[in-house]
Design a protein around this ligand. Structure first.
Ligand SMILES: [Fe+2]
Length: 386
């Protein structure tokens, strides 16, 4: 009977952690006051750490050996946690076979960089960043340079071969040295892309506002550079100042607007949607034009599909930052949990590319390197699906 009790306890603990992480993911997907989100996150963090200890102590004090004799409260919570775990497992299986994951990427070329030597002895800011940065096996200074060709079902032949450097979640805060971002800019410029698109969480702190000019000002594109902001761009700074600093470098602020540009005799529409953190999404866009949408949260995929966007570029989820073997990512600040943690997805005529992030807010990455991405647009081999 002791073994059965131990097994039920194990299921309860894993379900308890699953429940806490699922709530953390969802509350970071909405525009609640920062104090509320941080407070709930801290509470759930403590619950993850000490919940299992409390359960063991409760069982030891009650002296009950079989699960049928557990204290009533613990039995009820164990049932709830088991149900959550079962739901989590079923969702994982469903996501593994998600048809949206198929067919969006035509080809991929990946180069992994090792910036550990080049970044010098102190590549990270003080405190926890430095501690995290030095953890063995941490991939934070080993970003990937990725060329990814996307199958777009509605791409006009005239636009085939256009290139977009997609950067996201740079999190310039001083926790990661400036040289890292100079390397990002060098890599982007080596591609000489048609467009550059940055999908939010760009600058976090006052001391890094000048990096807009000093670093990002050095990015070049043949046609245009666009940006939108993310939740971290208003965490510590007035977002108007971030917009101003970025716009001063020649980048175009797409926050809440649609703009058109002429490319190879075709009109291409670019729309920015910073919901839920800045205003509401634009509800009516000209869906007769081929549209590329910039969103921070992949939760805006529904919006993009409703508006017949050809391509959506998103970030925010960082690929999960830590991906476990077999299990994959567990943390992604999305209403959909880890479904859109990173990668390319296709629903009907709309393809969404979710970047894993050019850098990160917290200096830890395992099984999930940052990426500097060049997207190449290709007409779909598969035609319109779904
Ligand atoms: Fe981010």
């Amino acid at each position: 009977m002791f073994l059965v009790s131990l097994l039920v306890l194990l299921v309860t603990v894993v379900g308890h952690i699953t429940l806490c992480v699922a709530i953390i993911n969802r509350i970071h997907a909405v525009d609640w006051p920062r104090g509320v989100v941080d407070g709930i996150t801290a509470f759930l963090g403590i619950a993850i750490l000490f919940g299992p200890v409390a359960m063991v102590l409760l069982l030891a004090m009650s002296g009950s050996e079989s699960p049928g004799k557990w204290p009533q409260f613990l039995s009820a919570y164990s049932g709830a946690c088991s149900a959550v775990l079962l739901m989590g497992v079923l969702l994982r299986i469903q996501q593994r076979f998600d048809p949206e994951r198929r067919g969006a990427i035509r080809s991929e070329k990946v180069e992994t960089l090792d910036l550990r030597e080049r970044m010098g002895a102190q590549p990270f800011g003080p405190g926890l960043s430095r501690l995290f940065g030095r953890l063995p096996g941490n991939q934070i200074l080993r970003p990937q340079v990725v060329e990814r060709e996307l199958n777009l079902p509605t791409l006009k032949p005239e636009l085939a071969g256009l290139t977009i450097a997609h950067l996201s979640d740079l999190h310039m805060s001083g926790r990661m040295g400036k040289e890292y971002f100079h390397e990002v800019v060098r890599r982007v410029n080596a591609w000489n892309p048609d467009f550059v698109a940055i999908t939010g969480d760009i600058i976090e702190t006052e001391e890094c506002l000048p990096w807009a000019d000093e670093v990002l000002g050095g990015i070049t594109a043949q046609r245009a550079k666009y940006f939108i902001l993310g939740n971290h761009d208003k965490k510590n700074l007035d977002p108007a100042r971030v917009r101003q600093a970025l716009a001063a470098t020649g980048m175009i602020d797409l926050g809440g607007v649609c703009l058109t540009t002429e490319v190879r005799g075709q009109t291409l529409q670019w729309c920015g949607n910073e919901a839920p953190w800045f205003g509401r999404p634009i509800e009516v866009i000209d869906d007769s034009l081929p549209t590329i949408a910039l969103v921070h949260s992949p939760d805006q995929f529904d919006w993009a599909c409703r508006n017949n966007a050809m391509l959506v570029l998103a970030g925010h989820n960082h690929g999960g930052q830590i991906c476990f073997p077999l299990l994959g990512p567990t943390v992604a600040p999305s209403i959909q949990g880890v479904r859109y943690a990173g990668g390319a997805f296709r629903r009907g005529q709309t393809v969404m590319h979710v970047g894993r992030g050019t850098a990160a807010h917290t200096q830890v990455r395992y099984g999930c390197p940052a990426e500097i991405v060049l997207l190449k647009l290709a007409a779909s081999e598969f035609g319109v699906v779904g």
